[in-house]
Design a protein around this ligand. Structure first.
Ligand SMILES: [Zn+2]
Length: 135
């Protein structure tokens, strides 16, 4: 990676710079121009904050998505089109995982029971259920 001093990066209007020297935690990565924070240190701090209080982070993301609906959709569509095989594999994996949950099974069983009850209710009373099963 090319070494760019913070002053050069600021002059070029870049968001990141790279000194080649490790940070206080030993990461040798790019740093942000605006606060000189190491990229990995910031990521770790964000991960810690998320693990401590995930609902706060989720609420922030959902609020951004709601306020920037077009950007959010464009981003999602672009990623999906660029990674179609990966996206399909992920969707399949997620669906299979969902099918294994008790909540999904009980919901599915309840839906089947409602459908069966509805079918029974649709049959006239004079229909012989035994004969109907044969058909
Ligand atoms: Zn660091």
């Amino acid at each position: 990676m090319k070494i760019i001093l913070i002053s050069e990066a600021r002059d070029l209007g870049l968001k990141m710079y790279f000194t080649g020297k490790p940070c206080i935690n030993g990461h040798t990565t790019e740093r942000y121009v605006n606060n000189a924070t190491c990229m990995k240190c910031l990521r770790e701090a964000q991960t810690r904050a998320y693990r401590k209080n995930p609902s706060k982070d989720i609420a922030r993301v959902l609020r951004w998505q709601k306020e920037n609906l077009e950007k959010h959709r464009a981003k999602g569509c672009k990623w999906w089109n660029d990674n179609i095989e990966k996206a399909r594999a992920g969707a399949r994996k997620s669906y299979r995982k969902m099918c294994l949950t008790d909540a999904y099974r009980s919901k599915s069983n309840a839906k089947q029971a409602r459908r069966k009850a509805w079918k029974l209710a649709q049959c006239p009373s004079w229909v012989d259920q035994g004969r109907l099963e044969e058909i």
